[in-house]
Write a protein that binds this ligand. Structure first.
Ligand code: ZN
Ligand code: ZN
Length: 371
């Protein structure tokens, strides 16, 4: 079928992207879903820093690539052998499919699926190959989703069904920001007994970590929740979400504030250093950010030993999407996780380059494309 989608043509074009237009919105051909796959009509898709990282070259991926890895939509048709979802269901897509059979999948989310990672790096679906083409030439999938389009063919092992009362833009944001930021708290940071939580880097993922930490205060698992970002506007925003304090990285260091659980969601080596420095004796530093592969941080190994500390790398919030997304939906429905507060703007598919500029400026938390 013919679809409309946002294709990254070239990596590393100069900013502003509104002028250099690295992403073109064009017509493409989408093949029918193969065995184990489904066709989804996309309703909403969020713009994430991991999309920007492909545009600016911090994460090198094959191009042309149809971007977008945080999306939700309605199942329109099923390939052979798909069970558990039906035509008409609303589904959330997660950016790492789980084959469910490899040794890593048996670790309950702690390790990323091996064939899923291989397919993602190749710009293919988990079942192998691509379903997207333009003028007879293949176009790569982004992380098994390619949600910046009117429709997508995805592997059934990339999706989680949600009830129809979950609005599309909320459902979309569950797929990356909430799975990653929420999982950093619930699956990796594991605050207990009134632990304070510091979150460094207040984009969609960081803000989702803040919301999740705040949700645990009612049970007494979390004490103070502290947001850290270099942008003053983000500090105002995190206070508005209910954080107890907000600092720039420099202010955090000067104040000497430390916590048993510190989450780094900025994807920058300096932010990682700040996170390690802000972790208390016996505490856990959880890093979910995705810096440039060449980036290096400087930390003192001695403090890890002398202060009995742990550093945890957490991909996709150590999530098992089909286990965790229903949990977040329940929290949202109970009013404990106001996911809608992450959404800072709604844009159209044709505004994608401007949206990438807003992300790069650090002025947006989560912009969502509505179809
Ligand atoms: Zn993302
Ligand atoms: Zn696997």
């Amino acid at each position: 079928m013919r679809i409309r989608g946002a294709v990254l043509e070239e990596i590393g074009r100069s900013r502003p992207y509104a002028e250099s237009s690295p992403i073109s919105v064009s017509e493409l051909e989408l093949a029918d879903p193969g065995p184990g796959e489904l066709l989804v009509r996309i309703e909403a898709a969020g713009l994430c820093h991991s999309d920007l990282s492909v545009v600016d070259g911090n994460r090198v991926r094959p191009v042309p690539m149809l971007l977008g890895h945080e999306a939700a939509g309605i199942v329109e048709s099923l390939g052979e052998g798909v069970s558990g979802v039906a035509v008409g269901d609303r589904v959330v897509m997660a950016f790492l499919p789980r084959c469910g059979e490899c040794a890593n999948c048996l670790t309950d989310g702690q390790l990323p699926c091996t064939p899923g990672s291989v397919a993602n790096n190749a710009g293919e679906l988990l079942g192998g190959g691509r379903r997207l083409s333009r003028d007879g030439a293949d176009v790569h999938h982004h992380l098994g989703v390619s949600g910046f389009a009117t429709h997508a063919v995805v592997d059934a092992r990339s999706v989680t069904r949600v009830d129809s009362d979950v609005p599309p833009e909320i459902a979309a944001v569950l797929g990356c920001a909430v799975l990653t930021g929420g999982g950093a708290v619930l699956n990796a940071g594991l605050p207990t007994d009134g632990d304070d939580v510091i979150v460094i880097g207040l984009g969609g993922v960081g803000m989702a970590a803040v919301l999740t930490a705040l949700s645990l205060r009612a049970d007494g698992a979390v004490g103070r929740v502290i947001g850290v970002d270099a942008q003053p506007a983000k500090l105002d925003a995190v206070r508005a979400l209910g954080a107890d304090a907000a600092y720039t990285p420099q202010e955090l260091a000067e104040a000497g504030v430390r916590a048993p659980v510190v989450i780094e969601a900025a994807g920058h080596p300096k932010a990682f250093e700040s996170a390690v420095a802000a972790t208390a004796v016996g505490g856990r530093t959880v890093t979910v950010g995705l810096p440039n592969p060449a980036a290096r941080s400087e930390i003192s190994p001695l403090v890890l030993t002398a202060e009995a500390r742990t550093i945890i790398g957490s991909y996709l919030g150590s999530a098992v999407p089909q286990r965790d997304i229903p949990r977040y939906v329940e929290m949202w429905r109970a009013g404990r996780l106001p996911v809608e507060k992450l959404i800072s703007g709604v844009i159209t598919l044709d505004q994608i380059n401007e949206g990438m500029d807003s992300l790069a400026d650090g002025t947006a938390v989560r912009q969502v494309i509505r179809f």
